[in-house]
Each structure stands twice: as structure tokens, then as C-alpha cells.
Design a protein around this ligand. Structure first.
Ligand code: AMP
Ligand code: ZN
Length: 490
């Protein structure tokens, strides 16, 4: 396989040539959602970004094992070992069992990702389905001397770990500063060091989600879940570990520490982090209440929205920004994205209406354009540059359709294939109109056009003009040519 994919590695803070550990195979782990509430659009951005990455790796011919977990236990509000359990709190609020909460929001998550046309991961393990793997890993970390038990709770020993390893390798922070930013331990605290975090937590009597372990009846810490599940399905060391940027400082930092303390190797060769979706510059989050639910966006049912947007227009909006740039949510930005998406889809549907000619006279070098599309994606999955290149093709298609350029059969097939590969396979877009709908719509247009032709033959120009004008008013343009009347959506 010959290609030049380069990815930005958070671990080294630079772009690196992508070389998988095992030739032609990629192990990819992405932190999945904590299913205690509806996913918001920010969460979706992260999963759409990794869908683009997954799709491009597949397109390049890699055999990809994509593991994305479901966090259905152990995530406390403080992200470490403090605060209420997110599931139990929500269960109380909705008067449901914690597992009913998990089921409800897992289904919602899958429904939304399906609307965004993401490809499901190869394996989607749940934390509760892997408690024994987590217990085994904790046992090994204790045996290696990097964790200790106090009253049934097990803590990771950061002081011991830093004697041999670099705890801040992922974010390059200063350990002293980190310590100074952490609260001092009081007499009540069980842990020895300020940065220590829980691997296993003894359940309080009221805690419902609990499992037996060698230390207590309790539940796992959030971080150990991902370490245990990635190790189980991808091995001690695998190629890419991903997630949102907000996870790097604590969750991923602790994942690296746990895996190294257990297996003495770095878990992932490349760490990839997606940037945040923001609203007026502030990160969209569940806790700050500025979260848009995807369904509100599709229906337009939100005070900040003037109308609804289709899932594909929203996917296009996300792909117009590079995954490592922030993306600010606004009506104007969505309007512009919707227009762009429609222009792209209209041009693609025109491809089926163009009749090839014997001559080929186009002003675009398709070989060079194709190379530029690959170069954009090879450069750390640069979808905005790819989109700019594809709009060169849109311009070309429109110009051929308008009769300003001529295309032969082979070249037309090449243009179609380029669109298929990059727009549908790699960017994961699809035409919003259902296939059945497109079919009947085409037939309806054939009928309208033949009625207009009849009117013209009968010299009833008032009717034929009226048909043209009223179609234009609903966004359909008619074009009379020597091959008959053609139409397209504007
Ligand atoms: P959570 O369900 O909170 O564990 O988050 C699931 C994923 O969404 C994680 O990878 C987060 O980093 C990511 N995420 C959360 N908020 C945002 C946001 N505003 N923009 C992009 N990704 C986000
Ligand atoms: Zn994780």
C-alpha cells in the first residue's frame, strides 16, 4: 500500500508519518459516550470526526478494528473519585433503574449517530460487561507496586509511578503546577498522594451499581474501564487512541499511567484529539446547559434557531472545519453549510443527466485534482481543503451541464468515481432525499415537463411560462436544450 498519511500525535505534539504497528492493520480505540443523558451536538462532532478518520483508513485499504466503548458505570461527577455517580443521580431524577437510564440513552446515541450516517464501530464494549477484565488489570497494577488499597478502595500511586515514568507525557504540563492546582489532602482522605486516583471504589450502602471484587463490593473507576477494554480487544500496544481534547488532561493521562503500570509499555502509538464544538466561544457541554440536542437542530425547535437543518447539512457543517480546530455553532454558519451541501448534491445529481460527447474538452486536470484530494486527506485528515477541491469539480460539472465544456464517457465516469470516493465513502455524506422519493420526484418532473411541452406545441405560452415561473419559485430551474428540457434544483 503506497500512501503518505501524516497524523498529528498529541503525545509528541507534532505531525508524524502514519506507520501502523502491524502492516496494513489498524487498531483504533475511541472513548465513547457516558450514557446518562442525551448526546449533544458537541459529542456528535467528536464521533463524526472519528468516523471521517475511520472511513479514510478503510478507503486506503487498511483492515481497521475500531473499538468505541459505552461508559455505563463508574463515571462520577468529579471525573475521578469524587462526586455523585452520574447514572445513579439521573436514575433518581427520572425515577428509573440506573440500567434503564443506560438503555434509554444508548439507544438514543445509536439513533442519532445513524442519522449522521456514521459507520458503527467493529466492537462496542460496555464497561459493565468487562468488570472482571478491570479487576484483573487492577490486580496486576497492585502486583507491580503501582496501586494500594485502603478500606476496600484501590488507588493508583502517582508518586511511585513518576519515579519511573512521565505522568504528564500527554499534555506536557509541569507536575509541580498540577500538584499546586489540586486540593490538599485532609485527615478524612484515604489516598496518600494528591494526584492519586481511584481504580476501584468501595460502594456506599445506597450505591446500586455494585460488583464483588477482592477488595470490596464496589465499582470501577472511569479511567480503568478504557484501559481494560482497549487492552482486551486491541492488545497492550495499539495504533490510535482518540477522544475529545477535554479528555487528555485527566482521563487519557490516567489511562496511559494505568496501562504502563500494568504492561510496562505505552498503550497507543498515536493519540488523536478532536477539538470542541463551541457556542458563542464557550465549549458546548452537558453541565453548562448550552447543549443543542441533534433532534432540536433537525426540527428547528430551539430558541437560538430560525429553522431546522438536515443531518447531512449538519455533517457537512462539521466537516467544513478541520477536526483539530474549534467549530463555533451559529445560524449563519449552518445556513452557509446548508447552501454548500445543496450545491454539492445538486452537482452530483446533474452527473446522471449529462450526456457524454465524442470529444473531451474540459479545463480541469482531473489527475492533479485527484492527487490534491488525497494530499488533503493525507495531511492529518484535512476535510476543509478536500471540500475546497471538490468545489472545483462542482464548478466543472455545472459548466459541462451548461454546455460550456464537453466531456467524453470515460472522463464522465472518472468524475463520478471521484465524487463517490470522496463525498460518499470518505466524507460519509449522502443525498438527503430518499431514493424512493427521488424516483417519484423524477417521474413527477417528467410529467410536468411533458405538459409544458404540450402547452408550447399548442402555442399556449401563458401556461408554459407559468409552469417555468412557478417551478422557479419552488427552486427548480428548467433549461431547454437540443436534447429536450432539463431541470435542476437551485
Ligand atoms: P462524554 O459523554 O461526556 O463522556 O463525552 C463523549 C465524547 O464527546 C468525548 O470524547 C468528549 O471529549 C466529547 N465532547 C464533549 N463535549 C464536546 C464538545 N463540545 N465538542 C466536541 N466534543 C465534545
Ligand atoms: Zn475512555
Amino acid at each position: 500500500m503506497q500512501h503518505n498519511l501524516v497524523v498529528y500525535n498529541t503525545l509528541t505534539r507534532k505531525k508524524e508519518k502514519f506507520e501502523p504497528i502491524h502492516p496494513n492493520m489498524v487498531g483504533l480505540y475511541v472513548c465513547g459516550p457516558t450514557v446518562y443523558s442525551d448526546v449533544h451536538l458537541g459529542n456528535c462532532r467528536t464521533f463524526v470526526s472519528f468516523d471521517l478518520i475511520f472511513r479514510y483508513l478503510l478507503h486506503l485499504g487498511y483492515k481497521v478494528r475500531y473499538v468505541r466503548n459505552i461508559t455505563d458505570a463508574g463515571h462520577l461527577e468529579g471525573d475521578n473519585d469524587e462526586g455523585d455517580d452520574k447514572f445513579a443521580k439521573k436514575a433518581k431524577l427520572e425515577q428509573l433503574e440506573p440500567m434503564e437510564i443506560v438503555q434509554k440513552y444508548t439507544i438514543g446515541f445509536h439513533d442519532v449517530l445513524r442519522l449522521f450516517n456514521t459507520i458503527p464501530p467493529s466492537i462496542e464494549p460496555t464497561a459493565t460487561g468487562h468488570i472482571s477484565e478491570q479487576i484483573e488489570m487492577i490486580k496486576q497494577i497492585i502486583a507491580n507496586g503501582y496501586a494500594y488499597e485502603v478500606n476496600g478502595t484501590v488507588y493508583f500511586d502517582v508518586d511511585k509511578y513518576v519515579q519511573k515514568y512521565n505522568y504528564t507525557i500527554l499534555t506536557n504540563r509541569n507536575l509541580e503546577d498540577m500538584l499546586n492546582n489540586t486540593r490538599e489532602l485532609g485527615g478524612q482522605d484515604e489516598k496518600r498522594g494528591r494526584l492519586d486516583f481511584a481504580l476501584w471504589i468501595k460502594a456506599k450502602p445506597e450505591h446500586i451499581m455494585r460488583w464483588p471484587s477482592p477488595w470490596s463490593v464496589g465499582f470501577p473507576g472511569w479511567h480503568i474501564e478504557c484501559s481494560a477494554m482497549s487492552q482486551k480487544y486491541l492488545g497492550d500496544s495499539f495504533d490510535i487512541h482518540g477522544g475529545g481534547m477535554d479528555l487528555a488532561a485527566t482521563h487519557h493521562t490516567n489511562e496511559i499511567a494505568q496501562s504502563e503500570a500494568c504492561n510496562h509499555v505505552q498503550p497507543a502509538k498515536y493519540w488523536m484529539h478532536t477539538n470542541m464544538l463551541t457556542v458563542n466561544g464557550a465549549r458546548m457541554s452537558k453541565s453548562s446547559g448550552n447543549g443543542f440536542l441533534p433532534l432540536q437542530l433537525f426540527s428547528g425547535d430551539h430558541p437560538l434557531l430560525t429553522k431546522g437543518y438536515s443531518p447531512m447539512a449538519v455533517r457537512f457543517f462539521m466537516l467544513q472545519a478541520h477536526y483539530r480546530s474549534t467549530l463555533d455553532f451559529s445560524n449563519d454558519a449552518l445556513d452557509a453549510a446548508e447552501k454548500g451541501y445543496k450545491r454539492l448534491m445538486t452537482a452530483i445529481s446533474l452527473l446522471d443527466k449529462i450526456s457524454p460527447s465524442a470529444n473531451n474538452k474540459i479545463d480541469t486536470d482531473l489527475v492533479a485534482l485527484k492527487q490534491r484530494c488525497y494530499a488533503a486527506m493525507d495531511d492529518d485528515f484535512n476535510s476543509p481543503i478536500l471540500i475546497a477541491e471538490l468545489f472545483e469539480l462542482v464548478r466543472l460539472i455545472n459548466s459541462i451541464y451548461d454546455g460550456k465544456q464537453q466531456v467524453d464517457e470515460n472522463t464522465l465516469a472518472e468524475i463520478k468515481l471521484l465524487m463517490q470516493h470522496f463525498v460518499f465513502d470518505v466524507m460519509g455524506l449522502k443525498n438527503d432525499q430518499l431514493e424512493g422519493e427521488t424516483d417519484s420526484f423524477d417521474k413527477l418532473m417528467d410529467l410536468v415537463i411533458s405538459m409544458r411541452n404540450e402547452a408550447k406545441q399548442n402555442k399556449d405560452f401563458a401556461t408554459s411560462d407559468r409552469i417555468r415561473q412557478e417551478l422557479a419559485a419552488v427552486g427548480i430551474q428548467l433549461k431547454d436544450s437540443k436534447d429536450g428540457t432539463l431541470w435542476n434544483k437551485i
